[in-house]
Design a binder for this molecule. Structure first.
Ligand SMILES: [Zn+2]
Length: 170
């Protein structure tokens, strides 16, 4: 993401020489907050829950049910909310499988999360039905995987479908 060139408070010119842009007119420091992505790894009967993305990055490809954490929202709550919105399923969000940096989430593209938390989760109630940002949703075994969107997806899928893998395995 490119930093703003002008101050959003006074329209003064920004100085980009430091760690954060600083307004040369009013002195305001322009912090850029990270966009935090969260997603769930749900495995049932050896098959993993995936959604086909309806938005870029990765539009048309398959990924974990995922989305952004709203300001003030609990990350696990956000992960459960996104899973419910995209798949119709209520999930119980557990341990962190891993934390992925931006490059692993966007595949080098733009518009993705600053970083991504992949949570292990277990399926609860509800009926599987794609909605919101997802074009489709389903459970896939290791031998029937669709085209996956991101390095983070591929890593999480590989670990989720490998026996004995977990948060500590890498
Ligand atoms: Zn200013």
């Amino acid at each position: 993401m490119r930093p703003p060139t002008y101050c959003t408070r006074c329209a003064g010119e920004l100085d980009h020489s430091g760690r954060h842009p600083v307004c040369t007119a009013c002195g305001r420091t322009h912090h850029r907050d990270p966009k935090v992505g969260v997603g769930v790894v749900v495995v049932q009967d050896g098959r993993l829950l995936l959604v086909r993305r309806g938005v870029d990055p990765g539009k048309g490809l398959w990924a974990l049910p995922a989305g952004y954490v709203d300001a003030g929202e609990d990350p696990r709550g956000a992960a459960a909310r996104e899973a419910q919105e995209e798949t119709g399923l209520e999930v119980a969000v557990g341990a962190v499988l891993d934390v992925y940096p931006s490059a692993a989430v966007t595949d080098g593209g733009h518009g993705g999360a600053s970083f991504f938390l992949a949570f292990l989760a277990t399926g609860g109630g509800g009926e599987l039905a794609a909605a919101d940002d997802a074009l489709d949703a389903g459970f896939f075994g290791a031998d029937q995987l669709p085209e996956l969107a991101f390095p983070s997806t591929r890593d999480a899928v590989r670990r989720a479908l490998s026996p004995g893998s977990g948060p500590a395995a890498r």
